[in-house]
Design a binder for this molecule. Structure first.
Ligand code: ATP
Ligand code: MG
Length: 477
């Protein structure tokens, strides 16, 4: 793990002196920062560890006479000795100019126009240097709402201006292939050395411009194991409700980054401590406070997700959202059963429906994830039924494996008394005789009573209308 930036430097003691390069300092406005340049022989970012495609983009832009840098997470993570997740390029070429240089590219976004350059499965994000708000260049505008929210940010500027428009100092380090040096306008090298996450500019203004930056603070603090600078941290609790203005689709993307990037457990804790989790999952936050097993269940699910990612095993948002929202479903089900006098299965279905529709006001959950999530939940009602054909129907259900993992999680968290999980573990391993024996030994499932001790009501079977078509046989027939 990273032990301090100085270990990458040849003369650590002289770092600040050598970094300060008065000749490259830009004269002019107060806000224009001073550049520090870390030459190639004083850092560990080597072309060998950078994406070939990203380098191609830099060379082609330079060849066409534009400035171009690698910036953001790829430089931050490389300096920390970690493998970058993706590569972002910043340039003075406009999106249209970039588009013309790369056949395999397309312009995306409205609020923030950028170009995606595709190389097979890899996408390099190319962003034009952003300038100051309120200034208009060649019809490109920025727009802010009355309370400071940045609605659009498409004003082009210089690289120095671009640096101070970024979020954290450690995310504003630029690498160029013209000199292979790292260029720093905001003190990011020092903060990287000190392992501090510091917002560039006035934190409150920057959070008001884009409240998602609060989530990014939590995410990077967790991922990098950095502390958040006190002035960067201070406004978060009070401004957290600004996240309620952010479109659910954007928050869904952020939730995936928070919880499916290998640092979910730590991210969850940082979010909860700062009052941010409640802005993403308000009902879960309440349920977590009320049901002692719920925090354990969510934390265990997140720890398992992190472990799977570390082993490069697949993870799905369906399971993640399933765990995050399950405490709400469990809290609502008995209430609905009681109020509407429903048996447990339809009561849980109704609860699931309500929980999902309320959550959709905060984060979207595309159908391709909410459907399997509901299957995982519904199978929780089937798993206790261990007699007859339905055992095999459960076992053959496409979501069985996820539902079984979910059951184990519920037992581990103390929501359920252990036992059923082990039965299913054995059942999956057993041969035919073993399975027959396990079924014979098992009790048939939940007691005949429904929730609240009321007798389970059987719906009268619907009479099938006679049709001319023969009905295909089903397992129930
Ligand atoms: P990672 O890709 O590892 O999650 P990253 O820092 O590269 O981290 P991206 O979302 O890829 O994050 O963004 C790339 C860069 O763009 C950031 O490093 C930052 O400089 C800038 N950036 C991204 N989002 C914002 C934002 N909301 N406000 C200001 N700058 C931002
Ligand atoms: Mg990135």
């Amino acid at each position: 793990m990273f032990k301090g930036f100085s270990r990458f430097l040849q003369r650590p003691g002289e770092r600040l002196k050598t970094l300060f390069n008065p000749e490259s300092a830009q004269a002019g406005e107060d806000a224009t920062p001073t550049r520090k340049v870390l030459p190639r022989d004083e850092h560990n970012v080597s072309r060998q560890n950078l994406s070939e495609s990203a380098l191609k983009v830099l060379y082609r832009l330079n060849g066409a006479g534009y400035d171009a840098y690698l910036v953001g997470g790829c430089i931050r993570d490389s300096l920390l000795g970690n493998r970058p997740k993706d590569f972002d390029v910043a340039t003075n070429a406009t999106p249209d100019e970039v588009r013309q240089l790369f056949r395999n590219s397309r312009i995306i976004g409205r609020r923030f126009r950028i170009v995606h350059v595709r190389f097979g499965r890899e996408v390099i994000e190319v962003t034009t240097f952003r300038g100051r708000h309120g200034e208009e260049h060649a019809g490109n505008v920025s727009q802010q709402s009355d309370d400071g929210l940045l609605l659009r940010d498409n004003v082009w500027g210089s690289v120095e201006e671009d640096a101070i428009r970024r979020d954290f100092t450690v995310n504003a380090l630029y690498y160029s292939v013209t000199d292979f040096a790292i260029h720093d306008w905001t003190g990011g090298l020092q903060d990287l050395d000190d392992r501090v996450l510091r917002m560039i500019g006035d934190p409150e203004t920057r959070y008001r411009e884009d409240p998602v930056r609060m989530l990014r603070a939590a995410r990077f603090a967790a991922k990098l194991d950095f502390r958040i600078a006190p002035e960067t941290e201070a406004p978060i609790r009070e401004l957290a409700p600004l996240l309620l203005q952010i479109p659910p689709a954007r928050l869904f993307e952020e939730v995936l980054k928070l919880f499916l990037s290998g640092h979910a457990l730590q991210s969850f804790r940082v979010l909860r401590e700062r009052g941010l989790f409640a802005m993403l999952f308000p009902e879960s936050d309440e349920a977590l406070n009320e049901q002692p097993w719920a925090v354990k269940l969510v934390e265990q699910a997140l720890a398992n997700t992190d472990a799977r990612i570390a082993q490069e095993r697949p993870v799905t948002p369906a399971f993640l959202f399933g765990a995050l929202l399950w405490p709400c479903v469990q809290q609502r089900t008995p209430r609905i059963a009681h109020e509407q006098d429903l048996p447990e299965i339809p009561a849980q279905q109704a609860a699931a429906q309500q929980v999902i529709s309320r959550q959709l006001q905060h984060t979207s959950i595309p159908k391709r994830f909410s459907m399997p999530m509901r299957d995982i939940w519904e199978l929780q009602q089937q798993l206790p039924r261990r007699r007859g054909r339905r055992v095999f129907q459960t076992l053959e259900h496409p979501r069985f494996r996820a539902a079984y993992d979910f059951l184990l999680l519920r037992e581990e968290s103390g929501e359920l008394t252990p036992g059923l999980g082990e039965w299913w573990t054995e059942f999956q391993k057993a041969d035919d005789d073993g399975q027959r024996q396990l079924m014979a030994d098992a009790d048939g499932g939940p007691p005949a009573d429904g929730p609240n001790g009321k007798p389970r009501r059987r719906r009268p079977r619907k009479r099938r209308r006679p049709t001319n078509k023969p009905t295909p046989p089903t397992l129930d027939d």
